[in-house]
Design a protein. Structure first.
Length: 369
């Protein structure tokens, strides 16, 4: 073959490779799921609750358009988030705002994901299809991520942390400042200790939380009631002595190390710890290292630390510290669901639930056999 022909052929091959590269190889997002999800039964369905971290490694801003969560085990779509759903679940690592779902070069964002699983189907792994575009919408592409394992660890089944009720299980996945979306970067690791946290508030039959002046802490219906061990185990850590305000409105800001107020961490075994926060000062009845039995009184519900009102903050994590740990899923052995707490009202329905997590803002009674 002559030299001219070689040059022409080389030019054609170069153009072909360039076009293939432009259409098939485009830098975009690094996608990571730091904590693998495991199925959690909620309100009759099983859910995967986790965070998808996205970092823009390209040299141009990218607008997130769509996110598909795929069952890699059975090769099917589990849930699809359009632009509005993505926007509602999107948050930046820094305090900077994300406008129009545009992620700047080098910026890291989080998509908070909740996936309902089909009944009777076990999923071992997930993949994510991320559709993105240039800010002006002229270039649209997608990236298909690697697999994410779904954990199949034995479900953690707990007894009640409180007696009777009705108790409102206060939390919502979508609250911007809710426990689910609060990261703490301590000791070189960013963690979400309250990923599955519930704030427990006692109600009366009309859905009220207080008797009389709601600003007085002592008027809270739940203030001072017994807090119970959800399982037999060893007390891993205790803190007492954080003072309370007598009024909700005068509760001052606390340093980060006192945000949880007075607390007890209970070692449940297998690297899992039950954490009780905002306990009443001088009410803790157990000491570090002490063995306790399920149902034993640990302390009293209080208002210590950063709190918007008297309640019991309860979560399970992989460490003893309220903030230096990752939140883990759990279920309660049994409770009766009465309805849902919304704007100081609740519906009336009675439904015995076994081995479930209460739904967001569900109102429940804890039953004792």
């Amino acid at each position: 073959m002559c030299r001219v022909a070689v040059l022409v052929l080389g030019a054609v091959l170069g153009m072909t490779l360039s076009r293939v590269g432009e259409s098939q190889m485009r830098e975009s997002f690094d996608a990571q799921v730091p904590v693998a999800p495991s199925p959690v039964p909620i309100d009759g369905s099983r859910w995967l609750i986790y965070e998808l971290h996205l970092t823009n490694f390209s040299r141009e801003p990218l607008r997130l358009q769509k996110l598909d969560v795929l069952d890699d085990t059975h090769d099917r779509l589990l849930v699809s988030y359009g632009s509005q759903d993505v926007a509602a679940r999107l948050a930046a690592i820094s305090s900077s705002e994300i406008k129009d779902r545009i992620v700047a070069p080098g910026q890291r964002v989080i998509v908070y994901v909740e996936v309902p699983l089909p009944p009777g189907i076990s999923t071992d792994s997930l993949r994510h299809r991320i559709e993105y575009a240039s800010p002006d919408g002229t270039k649209v592409d997608h990236v298909l991520t690697g697999t994410v394992a779904v954990r199949t660890a034995p479900r953690l089944v707990l007894g009640p942390p409180l007696r009777g009720g009705p108790w409102a299980a206060i939390y919502r996945w979508e609250w911007p400042r809710g426990h689910r979306r609060m990261f703490y970067a301590l000791d070189g690791s960013a963690r979400v200790p309250g990923r599955f946290a519930i704030d427990w508030v006692l109600l009366d039959a009309q859905g009220h939380q207080f008797r009389g002046d709601p600003d007085l802490v002592a008027n809270s219906l739940g203030y001072g009631v017994d807090v119970l061990a959800v399982a037999s185990g060893r007390v891993a850590d205790v803190r007492d002595g954080v003072l309370e305000s007598s009024r909700v409105s005068t509760n001052p800001a606390h340093p980060l190390e006192e945000a949880a107020g007075n607390f007890v961490s209970l070692d449940l075994g297998d690297g899992r710890f039950a954490v009780y926060e905002h306990l009443r000062p001088n009410s803790i009845r157990v000491a570090r290292g002490e063995r306790v039995r399920r149902g034993q009184v640990l302390a009293s519900l209080g208002f210590s630390g950063d709190s918007t009102g008297p309640h019991l903050h309860f979560h399970v994590a992989d460490g003893t510290s309220p903030l230096r740990s990752e939140g883990l899923p759990f279920v309660f052995e049994r409770f009766t669901q009465l309805g849902y707490f919304e704007d100081l009202t609740k519906t009336t329905q009675s439904d015995l639930r076994r081995r479930e997590r209460p739904a967001p803002n569900a109102v429940v009674m804890f039953d004792f056999e």
